[in-house]
Design a protein around this ligand. Structure first.
Ligand SMILES: Nc1ncnc2c1ncn2[C@@H]1O[C@H](COP(=O)(O)OP(=O)(O)OP(=O)(O)O)[C@@H](O)[C@H]1O
Length: 254
C-alpha cells in the first residue's frame, strides 16, 4: 500500500507560475538559516539538505535548537536570515498554510490532536477540503490501532496512539516532506518499535525529517544524520558513519 495520491496531481499544482521542479533536486535546501525568539537567537547560519525519499535524522542534546529548526521550517517562526528552499521554491516568506499546501507536513513535539474530539473527527478535520476521503482509509490501514479507536476521544488514547493519530493527520495533507518532532516521546517502550517500523515505511514513500532523542532508533531509520550543537551543525554524515564517529558522544553529552 502506498501513501494517498501524489500531490503533483493536485489542482493547485497546475496553476503554479514558477518553472517545473526537477524530481531529482533535493526536496529541502536550507542555507545559512538564522532564527530564534524576539532578540534571542537560537539558530546561527545553519545549512542542510534533505533529498527526495529517505529519512534524515536531526540529533543533539536538549536545547540546541532542534524544535526551533522545525518550527522555522514549518513557518511558525519567521527566520532572521537565510534561505529555505522547499521543493524548488523559496519558502522563508511563505505562510505556514502555504507551505503545508505545497506538501510540507509537520508533527510538532507538543500535543497535535484535539483531545475532546474523537479519532474519527480528528481525521476528518485533517481531510477537510478534500472531496476524496480515501486518505483516511490509508491512515487506518497504516495504523490499525486507530481503526479500533475511531469513536474514542483522542484525549483518552495512549501516548503511542496519540502520536499515531498526529502522524496520521499529517499524512492526510499528502506531504512530500514530513517533519516529525520526537515521535516516540511519551510512548510506552513496547510500542516504540511499531512506530519505528512505520517511520521506516514512510521514508520509502516520502522524505522525512526525524528529530529524536532515541539516537539508535533515529540512526537506524535515517540514512543521513545532522548533529546540532548550539544552533549550528556540529557533525553530519551517513547515519552509519555518524553512529561510529567518536564526536557523536561529545555532541550528545550534557
Ligand atoms: N517560545 C520560546 N521563547 C523563547 N525561547 C525559547 C522558546 N522555545 C524555546 N526557546 C529556547 O530556545 C532554545 C532552543 O530550544 P529548542 O526547543 O529548539 O531545543 P531542542 O533542541 O528542541 O530541545 P529539546 O530536545 O529539549 O526539545 C532553548 O534555549 C530554549 O529555551
Amino acid at each position: 500500500m502506498t501513501a494517498p495520491s501524489p500531490r503533483s496531481s493536485a489542482p493547485h499544482a497546475c496553476r503554479r507560475s514558477t518553472p517545473p521542479v526537477s524530481d531529482t533536486a533535493p526536496i529541502l535546501q536550507v542555507d545559512k538559516l538564522s532564527s530564534g525568539y524576539g532578540r534571542s537567537r537560537v539558530l546561527f547560519d545553519l545549512s542542510l539538505t534533505v533529498g527526495r525519499h529517505g529519512a534524515v535524522a536531526i540529533l543533539g542534546r536538549n536545547g540546541v535548537g532542534k524544535s526551533t529548526l522545525l518550527k522555522t521550517l514549518a513557518g511558525e517562526i519567521r527566520p532572521m536570515g537565510g534561505v529555505i528552499r522547499f521543493d524548488g521554491i523559496e519558502a522563508q516568506d511563505e505562510s505556514t498554510e502555504r507551505r503545508a499546501r505545497r506538501g510540507l507536513g509537520y508533527v510538532p513535539q507538543e500535543q497535535a490532536v484535539f483531545g475532546k474530539m474523537t479519532v474519527r473527527e480528528n481525521l476528518l478535520l485533517g481531510a477537510i477540503g478534500q472531496r476524496d476521503k480515501s486518505g483516511i482509509d490509508y491512515v487506518l490501514d497504516f495504523f490499525p490501532k486507530l481503526a479500533q479507536r475511531l469513536g474514542q476521544a483522542a484525549g483518552t488514547l495512549s501516548g503511542g496512539e496519540r502520536k499515531m493519530l498526529a502522524i496520521g493527520r499529517a499524512l492526510l495533507g499528502r506531504p512530500k516532506l514530513l517533519m516529525l518532532d520526537e515521535p516516540t516521546e511519551g510512548v510506552w517502550i513496547g510500542v516504540i518499535g511499531e512506530i519505528a517500523d512505520r517511520l521506516r515505511q514512510l521514508s520509502t514513500e516520502m522524505s522525512v525529517i526525524l528529530v529524536e532523542q532515541h539516537i539508535e532508533l533515529a540512526l537506524d531509520v535515517a540514512r543521513y544524520a545532522y548533529v546540532m550543537d548550539r544552533g549550528q551543525i556540529g557533525l553530519e554524515g551517513a547515519a552509519a558513519d555518524v553512529r561510529n564517529d567518536p564526536r557523536l558522544l561529545k555532541y550528545l553529552s550534557p
